[in-house]
Design a protein. Structure first.
Length: 144
């Protein structure tokens, strides 16, 4: 499994960043990056009543101080295995509804599937709301 993750990492470096979502999908969850760390994320959430805080999420096996580590890890695995990068920003030029979902914000850093993560989330328009909601329960549910 580690060799498969290394092969995928080498392919990404050789071919370029345009393959990053595909590389994440092909990487085995639990792969370790160059730092030797496995799937470990720090999730910082602000302006969410009852959900604000800083949480550590560890996967494979699930653990850490996150309120729902098993469910959060399962969600990340599901998105990654479907071929999408769970931390990708909204694409440039995307048409987004101008609806505001509140002041909630989050920042996720760490390593997922052997790749570094540094992603910001908010609810400033329809695209960002969808992006946030797609990661519940990694991020807390906001609203009804």
């Amino acid at each position: 499994m580690v060799l498969r993750g290394l092969a995928v990492s080498a392919l990404v470096l050789a071919v370029g960043p345009c393959l990053a979502p595909a590389a994440l999908a092909d990487s085995a969850p639990g792969a370790t990056g160059a730092s030797g760390m496995g799937d470990r994320l720090t999730v910082t959430v602000t302006d969410v009543p009852g959900g604000a805080g800083v949480y550590t999420l560890e996967c494979h096996p699930a653990g850490g101080g996150h309120p729902a580590p098993r469910q959060a890890c399962d969600r990340l695995d599901s998105v990654t295995m479907s071929g999408r990068d769970p931390f990708a920003p909204v694409p440039q030029g995307a048409l987004c509804t101008m609806i505001h979902g509140g002041p909630a914000a989050a920042h996720i850093t760490g390593v997922w599937a052997g790749h570094p993560v540094d992603a910001a989330f908010d609810r400033t328009n329809g695209c960002e709301i969808t992006r946030w909601d797609d990661l519940v329960p990694v991020l807390p549910r906001v609203g009804g």
